[in-house]
Design a protein around this ligand. Structure first.
Ligand SMILES: NC(=O)c1ccc[n+]([C@@H]2O[C@H](COP(=O)([O-])OP(=O)(O)OC[C@H]3O[C@@H](n4cnc5c(N)ncnc54)[C@H](OP(=O)(O)O)[C@@H]3O)[C@@H](O)[C@H]2O)c1
Length: 257
């Protein structure tokens, strides 16, 4: 049986590095995003460098029909998706009331709905075969409310919560679910979110080291990995002692352009 890791958002940033890391360990990959040329280029690179199978599926994950079609197309190939990297996602800057409802709905469709649908699509077979690992790319945004990116932070809170509950449900199996929670990372994210000059990205981490931390945590079956040490200390140890209003003020300030 042919096995492969499915990576969404493989055309850029963290997803591209996750695909490279997974393929470098001898695993076949299924690459998903909208930009098909970028996926084809990556597929050629991975096939040449690592002699693995690299399949490309172009899909707009903001469209649930395309997500369902993607799941059926992959299933019809007979490939067993034993690793699922739900990484595609984007943010959107601005006060909630000033943002368009359509833009927020698209964000929820990609960050929440597609991630949930893909997990439903591939988790049952992992459980049936008692083999598989899922890595959701969440964010440190999943632990706090985010003025000036209210909907984005809320989508990532969903992912963190879903991960904690599902990984617990799976505790007696060989299948695990992990959430990678980065702080700011230098990718195309800041531009897609309309916050190209926000101060927080000036000292952002690089995509490769962020992806590698997530990958290693997934292999160990950890529930949560906060890839940035400063945020790890802040969220796990200091935040219970910081007044909630202060956190809101700081988050708003660091996201101000
Ligand atoms: N960079 C950060 O500071 C940061 C911090 C915390 C968490 N994250 C999370 O990390 C993940 C990856 O982001 P990144 O930083 O690597 O940003 P990125 O470079 O902008 O990559 C985003 C990826 O998502 C894909 N994508 C976006 N909308 C899509 C859609 N409608 N359909 C299919 N694919 C779509 C993009 O592919 P196409 O455009 O080709 O479709 C791209 O491959 C996201 O979930 C993001 O929320 C990022």
């Amino acid at each position: 049986m042919v096995k492969a890791g499915l990576i969404t958002g493989a055309s850029s940033g963290i997803g591209k590095e996750l695909a490279r890391i997974h393929a470098s360990r001898g695993n076949n990959v299924v690459l998903v995003a909208r930009r098909v040329e970028a996926l084809n280029e990556l597929a050629t690179e991975l096939k040449e460098k690592y002699s693995v199978e690299a399949h490309v599926f172009a899909a707009d994950l903001g469209n649930i029909d395309e997500v369902e079609r993607l799941i059926s197309s992959i299933k019809s190939t007979g490939i067993f998706i034993n690793y699922l990297f739900n990484n595609a996602g984007f943010g959107g800057w601005g006060k909630f009331a000033d943002r368009s409802a359509a833009d927020d709905h698209q964000m929820i469709a990609v960050n929440v709905q597609a991630l949930t649908a893909l997990t439903h699509g591939f988790l049952p077979e992992m459980i049936e075969k008692n083999e598989g690992k899922i890595l959701h790319t969440a964010s440190t945004a999943g632990f706090i409310p985010g003025p000036l990116q209210a909907t984005y932070f809320a989508t990532k809170a969903f992912v963190v919560s879903l991960t904690k509950a599902t990984n617990y449900e799976l505790r007696n199996t060989a299948v695990s679910v992990t959430a990678l929670c980065p702080g700011p990372v230098k990718t195309e994210f800041e531009f897609a979110a309309g916050m190209g000059n926000a101060k927080m990205f000036e000292k952002g981490a690089d995509a490769y080291s962020t992806a590698l931390k997530g990958y290693k945590a997934m292999m160990k079956g950890k529930t949560i990995i906060i890839s940035d040490l400063g945020f790890h200390i802040l969220i796990n140890y200091l935040s219970p002692f910081i007044p909630k209003i202060f956190i809101l003020k700081v988050v708003e300030k660091i996201q101000t352009k």
